[in-house]
Design a protein. Sequence first.
Length: 342
Amino acid sequence: MIGKLFGILPGDLGIDLGTSNTLVNVKDYGIVLREPSVVAVRAGTTTVLAVGDEAKRMLGRTPESITAVRPLRGGVVADVAMTREMLRQFVDKVMHGKTNAKLRMVVAVPTGMTELEKGAVREAATQAGAREVFLLEQPMAAAIGVGLPVQESAANMIVDMGGGTTEIGVISLSGMVFARSVRVAGDDLDEAIATYLRRAYHLVVGERTAEEVKIQIGSAAPLKQELGMEVKGRDIISGLPKTIGITSTEIRDALQKPLDAIVEGVRVALERCPPELSADLVDRGMVLAGGGALLRGIDDLLRAETGLPVHVAEDPLSAVADGAGKVLDELPFLKKVTMMGV
């Protein structure tokens, strides 16, 4: 898609600045960039060697002179300088090194961000070239992205399960009736898998391997046909390479604790929802977005725990970026649903 923009100065940008991945939506073009939120730097310095896909390939494989880091953790900006540089390079790639003096950015952020963290995001966006920055809460962005009628008076419930946070929102009349940011999400599922393998098999694996196990055989509810796979890592006792076989049943048990935290967050949102809107949710239910929505059986788990209809978005990975892009088309609506620009 970026190739189609060659020679054309792109317009305003909608950005999903996620813990795991960053997506950039260009007005009138759609999503043109989707890369991991990873930065590779020279050890002991702030010299950035690579960002995105190239940097992620270095995770767990770099020599001591190179460090691959994720500047966003748990849905917050853990390293302002690295976040700023990562965003600048992503925007530069989309803009082909050009500048746009009128550039506006809508950046989707977790609802639980502090004012200090919001300031860090605004600073990063401004230094990446934005004249005006709007912060859009991720549940609102995801709801707009999946096509929920957020301007209606009826309740719309969205559960956006990202890498660092699970964002839960109940929306009506273009406003957030209730929002909750649970700092348990995809990264915690990966960590739970790595912890289980270390404890049960004395096998040490990296982030990428744990994530691959989640994708290949992870599930939140029993499967009609359970799965299995081989996992390679390092034996914690001998220090030698080792291969083991595991099943989806084991991994489901390993994921129980973080999944319980997500379910509890959804329950709290339902308990805090006004009775008039709760009645709407009996029929409408909730929509799942984010990478976590792709976990097998997550809809079955939430359906069983809440008794409500649960729907998985058609393209859950793009929901937030799609929403951030859609609000760029209507300035009055943009100002209504976003936080104050700078």
